[in-house]
Design a protein around this ligand. Structure first.
Ligand code: ASN
Length: 536
């Protein structure tokens, strides 16, 4: 597409900068609250009242309306755009406000479903999503959404603030602006939580302060990105990508209504645990244990017996640590005894992730008790640390960097490009083998912005496309001419390649459709496209 030509505040034509599109989903929370006789309450009209008057959210360009979907209905949203970011683009955004707006202490599986479905029905219209949400249950919501969203290919960033955006001193502007810029710039296809200049994997987070601006931590997983004065520093080796050839899906209504959470304490009575485990229709319990996963066995093993009985009745019991750092394991005898009684070791899951993961698995159709316990002990969305496997880096390839004046990274990518073009699947696999260098190569691009997936699409190599997709290559990355791999694959008329890319969630943007003469699908209001550079 032609990049959007905007007008500056004085009506002067601006340099042509591309726009990315982000949908803000406002659920409530302190960020939009104002004082009332009942204390702080959320108020509507966030775009007009809080964002429009602030130059960092509004470059004063001519107003533009955009389409979105709400509960299956097509609606029109007012939009604003940021001034140019450090990544030479504007972020255009509109807001969908939930009704009623919530203090996040009242969110539940219904609210999570509403958020997830809103992302789903607007998925093809935006580059990324920012969910504004109260901080009290933010870590629970980020965890829940991460499980509910399968094969997510675009960023979903949850944020909020400790003080209202209307307060003189607040963290709201930094948190929201940082989230908008990241969601509009980087293909980080995860449910994330952004707070205090830091982007976390959502299902690793926990709220650690009721008042400090540094309110969240991710004790067992390094941040996915940090915002500094130099820009956004993304830790790409940590970023997870979909590795299945499948469309983005949402699981609705996870079952947290039949899951309980209990913190073990010295002197806890077996009867107390037993009565929780006998709550009618209870299906799961998150047991917060001491240290590395220990609980008192009770006099004559009575507490262990209560647990064993509950497991025999089909209740899934998951062991997580009360400690913020570290993990549970059968190192000590009490932990081993719990394991023998049928308790699942949740390794380094947070309570928030354990509870919502179990709720999710209980909502998935046709999972047996052993399917659920098996999945609780393994990472499905990066929520727990997996045993690390050794990785190695591939040598720099066959090209002599001094001869062709390429950097080592460019030389390696060039070698990959040739292997792709020649359809050399084995060579491609070998080059992508090292975990770190493999990820790097998947998002690297040539001088024309083509990633390995673009090259494979042009070379009509379905085997290589499949390999790249299952290693996490993004179908949404566009080259310098704004073309997706799908657009290029359609040009080669290779049906298998087109189908693979479509099955992996690839879609044409409006201008690509016009150029390719493709028929218009159901969702017709995609924005004009713009490059989403793979290195970002
Ligand atoms: N009570 C508020 C909420 O969670 C707290 C906040 O957003 N800072 O909605």
């Amino acid at each position: 597409m032609a990049p959007v030509l905007g007008h500056g505040p004085n009506g002067d034509p601006e340099t042509q900068l591309v726009e990315s599109r982000v949908l803000i989903i406002m659920t409530g929370g302190t960020i939009c609250m104002q004082h009332s006789p009942d204390g702080l309450v959320p108020v509507t009209g966030f775009l007009k009242e809080a964002m429009a008057p602030r130059p960092s959210f509004n470059d004063a360009s001519a107003p533009v309306q955009m389409h979105a979907y709400k509960n299956g209905e097509k609606i029109i949203l007012d939009s604003l755009r940021t001034p140019p970011t450090a990544y030479s683009r504007h972020v255009r955004y509109g807001i969908l406000e939930f009704s009623p707006l919530l203090d996040s202490s009242s969110i539940s599986s219904i609210g999570w479903t509403e958020i997830a479905l809103t992302v789903k029905e607007n998925y093809h219209l935006f580059d990324g999503f920012v969910v504004l949400h109260g901080t009290d249950s933010l870590a629970y919501s980020a965890s829940a959404l991460s499980f509910m969203m399968t094969d997510l290919g675009k960023p979903v960033i949850l944020t909020g603030s400790q003080a209202s955006i209307f307060a003189l001193q607040s963290d709201a502007v930094d948190n929201l602006l940082g989230s908008l810029i990241i969601a509009g710039t980087f293909v980080i296809p995860e449910v994330c939580l952004f707070f205090h200049h830091t982007l976390f994997r959502g299902n690793r987070t926990t709220k650690v302060s009721a008042s400090a601006f540094e309110a969240f931590d991710s004790p067992n997983c390094a941040p996915l990105a940090k915002v500094t004065s130099l820009g956004v520093d993304v830790n790409w080796t940590l970023v997870r990508r979909p590795t299945r050839i499948a469309e983005f899906q949402v699981t609705k209504y996870i079952d947290t209504a039949h899951v309980a959470c209990l913190r073990i304490f010295p002197g806890i009575k077996p009867e107390m645990l037993d009565s929780v485990l006998r709550v009618p229709d209870l299906r799961g319990l998150i047991l917060e244990t001491f240290g590395m996963g220990n609980a008192p066995g009770g006099v004559d093993g009575s507490l262990t017996r209560v647990i064993k009985d509950a497991v025999e009745r089909g209740i899934v019991i998951v062991n997580v640590s009360q400690c913020t750092n570290g993990f549970v394991s059968p190192l000590y005898a009490p932990g081993t005894i719990l394991g023998r009684a049928g308790v699942v070791f949740g390794h380094d899951l947070t309570t928030e992730a354990a509870l919502t993961k179990l709720g999710y698995l209980l909502a998935v159709q046709n999972l047996s008790y052993s399917d659920i316990t098996a999945q609780m002990a393994h990472s499905i969305r990066g929520e727990m640390t997996e045993m690390t496997t050794p990785s190695f880096s591939h040598p720099d390839g066959t090209l002599d960097p001094t001869l062709v004046k390429l950097t080592p990274a460019e030389a390696t990518f060039a070698a990959l490009g040739y292997a792709v073009q020649r359809g050399e699947l084995r060579n491609v696999c070998e080059m992508l083998e090292g975990k770190e260098s493999g990820h790097q190569l998947l998002k690297q691009a040539d001088y024309a912005g083509n990633t390995a997936l673009h090259l494979a699409a042009m070379s009509a190599s379905p085997d290589i496309i499949k390999e790249l997709l299952t290693r996490g290559a993004s179908v949404h990355t566009r080259n310098s001419a704004n073309n997706t791999p799908l657009f290029l694959a359609r040009r080669t008329a290779n049906r298998e390649c087109v189908e693979l890319l479509e099955n992996a969630g690839g879609h044409l943007w409006v201008d690509e459709r016009a150029r390719s003469g493709a028929s218009t699908p159901k969702l017709v209001d995609e924005p004009p496209s713009r490059p989403m550079s793979p290195g970002q």
